[in-house]
Design a protein around this ligand. Sequence first.
Ligand code: PGA
Length: 250
Amino acid sequence: MRRKLVAGNWKMNGSADSSRELLQGILGGAAEVAAVELAVFPPFVYLGLVEQALSGTAIVWGTQNLSEHASGAHTGEVAGPMLKDFHCTYVIVGHSERRTLYGESDEVVARKYAAARKFGLKPILCVGETLEEREQEVTEAVVERQLKAVLDLEGIASFADAVIAYEPVWAIGTGRTATPEQAQEVHAFIRARLAAHDAALANQVRILYGGSVKGSNAAELLVMPDIDGGLVGGASLDAKDFLAIAKAGC
Ligand code: PGA
């Protein structure tokens, strides 16, 4: 059985005060959704306060990005060992906003995935097609290419400690969610691609769906056989909504 994971990607939102308030809200309802693993991904600068609030609780945390390098002259970057200092469990790599707004190629994403693993962090590898790519019916080819860059660099065994998030770019922050069937189809495709390398491992890997997940649509998504949780943006900024999504996965 794959334990469901509901991950809150806060993106570049909030303040120190609002982050503390959000964490208190989540902690207040966490016991009721203990069947699901909860994780939050604050902006780097709030990592310390997140660690302080969540240490000793069942909720884990990580960041939205990391450098592919270990240290050195990389102004403005944050390295894996620094994230380990703050006891991060996970790190998101290859989010579509990193790929499209900051020009991260499949190869850069693969190197970040490798850096995460090298420094003891579990990568959450994001993949997904744009609207144009979906309309051109190349969704599977795009997702396969994104996966292949990582498989080529790190191999199938690396997925034992990784999570995949399928996030159709057209569904992110748009209020337009993939239907459960559309999402399931791509999730099954991803699992089949992994299974072609190692069937047993493919069966263990958690594949999250992301893109306008909310309390009101989470249940129909999380009930699908290959959807193992959600990577949640907007709705993760509201403790009630975030917990409602987790509840739907219980
Ligand atoms: P959204 O973002 O839930 O606001 O669509 C999801 C994501 O980008 O991870």
